[in-house]
Design a protein around this ligand. Structure first.
Ligand SMILES: [Zn+2]
Length: 423
């Protein structure tokens, strides 16, 4: 399937071709490639998933790039409306308002704006908004709810269309999309077109240090091309005349960073947070090979431990279901080599996934209440970033003797007793 996937030996950030080889997961289907049961007998496209680190700029990335048209044109991910995400989106409105000194009528642009939930919050605060998202189905939903969204990949083209119609933006936001993008320079060329002289760019990405520290190997899949440190982002932004002026570690998506950058010509003084996080990254060895080697060893150990745990429960006659079917969950199941014999069904609230089979493992996805009706003894918590929220919501399941398996950073079991310490 090489026409849909190419090997790329040139670093997308700095152009070097000198790599540390970290770990290979073999060839796997796309984590978001849900299968229609009618097509279950057809072989799914599988692509290599090899993780490498650039020796020059320390970008952690994938050796192979799957064609974005294959990946994103019919993306089923609808941004979460969980309490945690809504609260976080409000936080981003506050951060942008502070750092860009936003006032009503200022323009806020979002790339990867999904169904427009974040922009709707800016609009409610009086700002003008414009979204860009390549998934035509999501852009259509956003437009229907009144958030003007250009169904395209963000870059100079969509940026020029926005500038011509509405002027330049005081804030450009990119939440949880930058890590998916191969041509990051094109994105930053687009930012250069649309960003006001004293505007700010806010890019939020899953944070490499969280990934390494917490064994989040399941967040490594084809859609996620880059795993950024602040070190690497500073290098990248600097090449485009942008300076990082603030950074926050935020709890979403298993631990992310929201990086605020401004034009170098804007003479903005960086907050102390920037030097502090760069110093932490150096102290934690991100500029050496050691943390990547140690990570690879832990991944091998944890995937084996999860598999052994689930196999043992199933052998004891326990019913194990999946809780949530996020992309990282499908990746975790594939990496742990679990099958529909082990995990009989996954419950997920996203209606677009109902009745479909998970990629690779072919585990069926049903609405959560239908999975609950099968009375599982254990749920493998695939959406582990919502552990506390789930434990609070599922107190009845726990009280009735049900248990959760949380797979990372190390597999552990949550019962009604241990849940009390969590919430
Ligand atoms: Zn590089």
């Amino acid at each position: 399937m090489l026409e849909k996937c190419r090997r790329d030996d040139t670093c997308r950030v700095c152009g070097a071709d000198d790599w540390i080889e970290v770990i290979s997961f073999g060839s796997l289907p796309l984590a978001n490639g849900f299968v229609d049961p009618a097509d279950a007998d057809e072989a799914q496209d599988a692509f290599p998933l090899d993780v490498i680190v650039c020796r020059r700029c320390r970008l952690m990335t994938l050796r192979h790039v799957v064609d974005p048209e294959t990946l994103f044109k019919h993306y089923v991910y609808v941004s979460s409306d969980s309490d945690q995400i809504r609260e976080h989106m409000r936080h981003i409105v506050g951060l942008a308002t502070r750092r860009a000194a936003l006032v009503p009528d200022d323009l806020v642009v979002e790339m990867g704006s999904n169904i427009g939930t974040q922009l709707a919050m800016f609009e409610a605060a009086g700002m003008r908004v414009a979204g860009v998202d390549p998934a035509a189905n999501l852009a259509e939903i956003a437009n229907e709810r009144g958030i003007a969204t250009d169904p395209d990949f963000f870059g100079p083209g969509p940026a020029s269309r926005i500038t011509e119609g509405q002027g330049r933006a005081k804030a450009v936001i990119g939440r949880q999309c930058f890590a998916h993008i191969d041509d990051v320079h094109r994105i930053l060329d687009g930012v250069d077109v649309v960003l006001d002289d004293d505007g700010v760019l806010i890019i939020e990405v899953p944070y490499l240090l969280n990934l390494l520290d917490e064994n989040q190997f399941d967040t490594i899949y084809h859609e996620h091309l880059s795993y950024f440190s602040l070190h690497t982002l500073s290098h990248l932004f600097g090449a485009h005349g942008l300076r990082v002026i603030d950074v926050e570690r935020v709890a979403v998506h298993g631990g992310s960073i929201a990086v605020v950058a401004a034009r170098e010509t804007a003479a903005r003084t960086p907050q102390p947070s920037v030097a502090a996080l760069l110093a932490l990254e150096e102290a934690r060895g991100l500029l050496t090979e050691a943390p990547y080697r140690a990570f690879a060893e832990r991944v091998t150990r944890v995937t084996e431990a999860v598999r052994t745990l689930v196999h043992g429960l199933v052998a004891d006659g326990k019913r194990v279901a999946g809780y949530g079917a996020p992309s990282k969950g499908t990746q975790l199941l594939m990496a742990c080599e679990l099958t529909a014999q082990d995990i009989t069904v996954c419950g997920d609230t996203t209606s677009l996934k109902h009745g479909k089979l998970l990629p690779g493992t072919h585990i069926p996805v049903l609405p959560p209440e239908e999975v609950a009706a099968t009375e599982p003894d254990y749920y493998l918590l695939l959406a582990w970033n919502y552990t506390e929220e789930v434990v609070r919501k599922e107190h009845r399941f726990l009280a009735a003797g049900g248990k959760f398996i949380v797979p990372v950073p190390e597999p552990r079991i949550i019962s009604v007793q241990s849940a009390k310490e969590l919430v």
